[in-house]
Write a protein of this length. Sequence first.
Length: 185
Amino acid sequence: MDDLSTFAADRIRPLIRVRQIRDFADRAVSPAELDAIADVARWSGSSSNTQPWRFVLVRQRDTIRRLAEAALPQTRALQTATAAIAIVLPDEAGRAVSYAYDEGRAAERILIAASMLGLGAGITWILPEARDKIHSILAIPEGRFVRTIVAIGHPSEAARAPKSAPGTARLPRGEVVFEEGWPKG
């Protein structure tokens, strides 16, 4: 690697280190940390700058546990999380694809922001059959819905442990990154 390549790789290494965390230590996320993460989410880009999302910050552990119970197993990370951010979207069928894209951008930025603060975060998914329960817990109004809740907290020791043997966490670069088109053969 040349000096420029090394510099570039070193600068983006924090992004490569961001990962899903689904098990948290019993230590609260500070209000300042959660507020900073929420500001990163609201500054996420959106299609035509429509900013369709709204964010519900959840700090009360009993509420977080109720959310977890309402939509298991997809919400298991909320069982130990000490904070959460629900991403609320307009329920407009014609905009579903662009809203999903905007939602994904916000969710990923929440994960990155949490990581930059030394916290962990994990995306939980609310299946359609569980949405009424979630909407009731969070008092989501008619015409809006929650599909994603991001669990946030201080990663447990188990969550910090590597999940894969060194060198096996990702497919080799040559299998997923191609130059100027799909490889022949």
